[in-house]
Design a protein around this ligand. Sequence first.
Ligand code: NAP
Length: 281
Amino acid sequence: MKRLGIIGHPLSHSISPEFHQAALDHHEIKADFYRWEIKEDELSSFFKTIQDANFLGASVTIPYKEKCLDFLGKVTDSAKLIGAVNCIVNENNQLIGYNTDGSGFIRALKTKHGFNPQSKKVLLIGAGGAAKAIAYSLLKENIDQLTIANRTVARGDKLAETLKSIAPKINSIKLERESLIEPLSDVDLIVNTTSIGMKNGPAPEHSPIPEDLIPRNAMINDIVYNPIETPLIKAAKIKKAPTIGGLDMLVYQGVEAFELWTNKHAPETIMYDAAQKALGL
Ligand code: NAP
């Protein structure tokens, strides 16, 4: 029996095992998908014992997306630039690190929602780990303009500086009403990557941008998936703006990982349905 799994701590909230197992079963691949809830001081021995011909690969989640780079034989250039790995593939007993967060985000945007980001103006709210992966992938799609709005401006500035080698048209602003007015007046896509609006997060009842400033004709994408309808998504729907929730990115980073592990086309709808079921929806 082949083995796959998700590495992180804690993992009780993770629905990856459910949607990956559904995809493996669909293709009749004889493999089990495990929850590997590992403490940091166990990482080194875990990576030594896991690596045999039956190990196909793993997803990596918080808090090991950066730390796992120390244990890998090779890391793709994009994962290196993003500074984080969320997918490990066992290629002939060499562990290769990939980042599918950004590519999964783009795939959901383009294939599921028919939104092509090329030549578009994008407002990215947040400058943490998820923002970095998404910003990198959006710039690779030749967007016209990227504005990063973050509470801690220095962190947004640093992200903009890192990414300027890919595309020069990047601004960094403070996440506050006054600074948001101008970028929001002419924007095609808004992506929330902060934990504002997340259940049990720092501000579960709030939208990251003032609700009265949400434009009607921009695509509003919130990567927070718990709850499925965040305050931002609810406010955007009231304005009748098109919306994308965070479950899409979660499932499509898994779709990209599944294809790297198995070389088979991922059954996207089956994975999405399994993810919804795991969340009790
Ligand atoms: P992270 O690296 O810790 O970054 C957190 C971001 O949120 C930073 O920009 C931070 O701003 C901002 N923030 C936190 N609390 C805030 C507050 N009270 N007011 C304003 N800004 C605040 O986290 P991450 O890994 O990028 O994850 C961020 C969110 O995305 C989480 O909710 C996570 O669940 C979600 N996520 C979803 C997916 C998916 O597949 N759908 C994937 C990854 C992450 P500062 O820099 O000022 O601290």
